[in-house]
Design a protein around this ligand. Structure first.
Ligand code: 5AD
Ligand code: SF4
Length: 363
């Protein structure tokens, strides 16, 4: 078996079956070989460098009801908050002063006029405040083409919208069937984002009941077919006040297994897509204290330290036991710096760290 895995890892082009064989690796030595290869590909195509995105979770108000997510509209236990412009700008200034050069604004989904205008103005002000130096990533859900365009014209240039699962029957299982949570709409939004000119990011949840290794490989093939520039994905984590958190309590595979699957996803995505940006996400660390370091060693090159104001952090809980919610932003940064240096990567400050894949496509 080991010879077989070695042989696959030395190939230049991979078939779907090759990727499935890699995804099914269970043995520790083979897994190490996979991660080593992914780290080599990362070094060659994007360098042993890590870029930070200061993450600001600006609001937990959401019109959607994804069945896995802690801040879904129907979860009445959540205390809802929306940061005002000054609060957000304060967090942005902190990020700017610490020379991160990139921010990511994330919130639950809203599509009303006030929200769309608020974001448009906010993006313009952030650009002004930083004399154009801060790169802005938005992660604000499904919107119309016009909305995406307005935010792009205001100055945002990267957008994250996870597809969650490209297996459409799993997508249906993850979402209510009420006409507002549709796979085709999600996919069309990714196309709108591409057509608008954004660097486009997507990703999936990993290791939830019913999802197979074949499904995960198809997710990676989807990234390639859609020429995705940035990937953010992480293990599924139960949230007790959600329909699936209850239903899956005794069905979900072990945390260790979900972390392993998450790391294999990063590694195989790196090996197959090569020059994209891949984040080592908070959810990975949520299940393993060393999750982020392991993510970097498996091929990730982006970290998203949260710069959400302390008073709101504990209200943005997508899943149970989210790490770092009691820490100050300073503490988060120190911890994160240590992690990066411990694996031997360099932190790049003062640069946007755009997707090399996106740049290569422009040439
Ligand atoms: N476990 C893991 N990831 C989750 N997300 C939401 N809820 C969970 C959960 N319970 C992820 C989704 C979403 C992103 C904002 O957070 O992938 O797109
Ligand atoms: Fe809202 Fe996003 Fe959570 Fe779905 S995953 S309920 S859109 S915050």
């Amino acid at each position: 078996m080991k010879e077989n895995i070695k042989k696959i890892l030395n190939k230049k082009d991979f078939t779907r079956d090759d990727l499935i064989a890699l995804m099914k690796i269970e043995n520790k030595d083979e897994m190490d070989l996979l991660f080593k290869k992914a780290y080599e590909v990362k070094s060659q195509y994007v360098g042993r460098k890590v870029y930070y995105r200061g993450l600001i979770e600006i609001s937990n108000v959401c019109i959607k009801n994804c069945k896995y997510c802690g801040i879904r509209k129907e979860n009445k236990k959540v205390q809802r908050f929306s940061m005002n412009k000054d609060e957000i700008l304060e967090a942005v200034k902190w990020i700017y002063d610490h020379n991160y050069a990139s921010i990511a604004l994330q919130s639950g989904e809203r599509q009303d006029k006030e929200f769309v205008s608020f974001i448009e103005e906010l993006v313009k002000e952030i650009k002004l405040l930083s004399k154009g130096e801060i790169g802005i990533t938005l992660s604000l859900g499904e919107q119309s083409f016009e909305t995406y365009k307005r935010w792009f014209d205001a100055g945002a240039h990267r957008y994250l919208l996870r597809i969650e699962s490209t297996n459409q029957s799993l997508f249906k299982k993850l979402h209510p069937q009420d006409g507002y949570h549709k796979y085709e709409v999600r996919k069309r939004c990714l196309e709108y984002l591409r057509d608008t000119g954004y660097q486009v990011g997507t990703g999936v949840m990993i290791g939830f009941p019913g999802q197979t290794e074949e499904d995960l490989v198809d997710d990676i093939i989807f990234y390639k077919d859609m020429s995705i520039d940035m990937i953010g994905m992480g293990p599924y984590i139960l949230h007790n006040d959600t329909p699936l958190g209850k239903e899956w309590k005794n069905l979900v595979v072990s945390e260790k297994k979900r972390v392993e699957l998450g790391l294999k996803m990063i590694a195989i995505t790196r090996i197959y897509l090569k020059d994209v940006n891949i984040a080592a996400t908070t959810a990975l660390q949520g299940l393993d204290p060393l999750g982020r370091e392991k993510g970097l060693l498996a091929g990730a090159n982006i970290l998203m330290p949260t710069a959400t104001l302390a008073e709101y952090k504990d209200k943005y809980l997508l899943y149970d036991n989210k790490p770092g919610i009691k820490d100050s932003v300073e503490k988060c940064q120190e911890e994160m710096d240590k992690k990066v240096l411990s694996v031997g990567d360099t932190i790049v400050y003062g640069a946007w760290g755009d997707s090399i894949h996106f740049k290569n496509k422009q040439n």
